[in-house]
Every structure is written in structure tokens, then in C-alpha cells.
Write a protein that binds this ligand. Structure first.
Ligand code: FE
Length: 254
């Protein structure tokens, strides 16, 4: 299924979801279209590729996808890459830390010449009349991690940051109620409050109307975006709260 997150006629942002089987982590996939060019962000796992391909075909011929951007290296983000590299001519954008891992997803002969490494400071991609920002979000959770900010729609596609598991609604209405689906994941998967606080400061310099993660519902309008950022700023990662992981238990030492 697809949801239009933004549409001004020439510039559109779509979220695709609902392809996953019950035994996999449900993911959101994204397409930003400007004129007759498109960016696919977070293509997803290999079991959804043909369904996603046909949904995208209702919006734009998939061959018009100019860039495929991966936030990071996880399989639910990019295990379908082999399919997309064969079925489009798109360039693959991923952190320079992860480019050497692409041949594990797709044959080296195909991967050659197709990869655009993103350096740590991020960058911009020209798409039709617009420019899309590759926003650094390192250690949230991957050590080389990029989100996508679209200045036209004012949407921040935030990858795993803001993700939740188990919420069955499309937009967050009650932030406090939503925390039970979101907070445990963030405490465990986001290891550094330094990284989180730095990211919050960066996002506050942008004009953001929606924060849309790769899993679960999105945060819509400035008030909800503000609540999310305030919560994130105060988040205490489990790792920083002395979880006691780095000692062997008596059972193991026996
Ligand atoms: Fe991940």
C-alpha cells in the first residue's frame, strides 16, 4: 500500500508499507519524486521487492529512479539491493563506511561504477528542480548512518531513529501512549546520548513538518515533532546506565 505524505503536483513524497510477512520486521519504504526523477530511500528486504516495484510503477516508471539511498547496512534496509541494481540504473548512496559491504548484497561486477559513497559530513542530491539533503545521523544506530531531509516537503525521513514496533496507527496522536512502542528500542539500539543530543541540535536548525521513520507511525506537524525532539534529547541509552553486561556471570565462570 502507498501513502502520499506530500504532493504539490510536481514534487511528491510517498511511503510504502504493508508488504512484510508476519515473521519479519515491518518496514516503511520511501520514494521522493520531482518531475520525472525519483529517489528510493530504504528499499527494504528481498521478499518485498516485486511488490514494491509494482507499487512504485503506479507513480513513476522504476527505471526513472536516479538514486537509491540506504541509511545504513542492515538487511531490512537493503537486502533487496541486488534486485534494484539489476532492474534500474540508479546510483547507490550509502555511508563510505559501508560501501565495501555492497558486494555482499550484489555481484561486484554490477556494483562497480554504481556506488556513490557518502562521506561523514553528508551531502546533497539533485533531483529534478529540488535538492535533497543527506543528513548525518551517525551512531543512530549505525556508525555510518544517513537520514534524508527534503526541504520542499519539509519531511525528515529518519531511518531507525523514531522507529517503533507494534503500533498499529499511521500517525502518532498520543505521544505518551506511543512511548511503550518506541522507548525500549531506542534505549537499547541508540548507544550514545552525545550522538542523540547532537542530532537533535542539528534537526532543530531545519524546518521540519514531519519525522517519518523506517518502522512504525510518523510524527506530523511542528508540535508533535517538537515533543519527539524533547523526548529524544532526554533519552538515556541503556549502555550509559551501567547495564552490567561487561562481566561474566558466575554461571559462565563455573
Ligand atoms: Fe538498523
Amino acid at each position: 500500500m502507498k501513502i502520499a505524505l506530500f504532493d504539490n503536483g510536481n514534487h511528491q513524497v510517498f511511503k510504502f508499507l504493508g508488504f512484510g510477512d508476519s515473521d519479519e520486521v515491518e518496514t516503511n519504504q520511501f520514494l521522493i519524486k520531482d518531475g520525472d526523477e525519483a529517489i528510493l530511500y530504504e528499499p527494504g528486504g528481498s521478499r518485498i521487492n516485486s511488490l514494491l516495484f509494482s507499487e512504485i510503477s503506479t507513480v513513476i516508471p522504476p527505471q526513472k529512479i536516479k538514486y537509491i539511498v540506504l541509511s545504513h547496512q542492515d538487511p531490512d534496509v537493503g537486502a533487496s539491493l541486488n534486485f534494484w541494481m539489476v532492474s534500474t540504473d540508479a546510483k547507490i548512496c550509502i555511508s563510505e563506511l559501508w560501501t565495501r559491504f555492497i558486494p555482499h548484497f550484489a555481484p561486484k561486477s554490477i556494483a562497480k561504477e554504481r556506488i556513490l559513497p557518502i562521506d561523514d559530513e553528508g551531502g546533497k542530491l539533485k533531483l529534478g528542480q529540488s535538492e535533497i539533503v543527506l543528513l548525518p545521523a551517525h551512531f543512530l544506530h549505525s556508525e555510518g548512518n544517513f537520514q534524508v531531509y527534503d526541504p520542499v516537503s519539509k519531511i525528515l525521513l529518519s531511518g531507525d531513529f523514531g522507529a517503533s514496533v507494534g503500533a498499529d496507527y499511521e500517525t502518532v496522536q498520543n505521544f505518551e501512549e506511543h512511548l511503550k512502542f518506541m522507548e525500549p528500542f531506542h534505549k537499547r539500539y541508540m548507544p550514545s546520548s552525545y550522538a542523540i543530543k547532537s542530532w537533535v541540535s542539528l534537526v532543530r536548525t531545519l524546518d521540519v513538518e514531519q519525522i517519518v521513520p523506517q518502522h512504525g507511525p510518523r510524527f506530523v506537524q511542528k508540535e508533535m515533532v517538537g515533543k519527539f525532539l524533547t523526548w529524544a534529547e532526554g533519552l538515556k541509552p541503556t549502555l550509559e546506565e551501567n547495564p552490567g553486561w561487561y562481566k561474566l556471570s558466575d554461571k559462565i565462570l563455573e
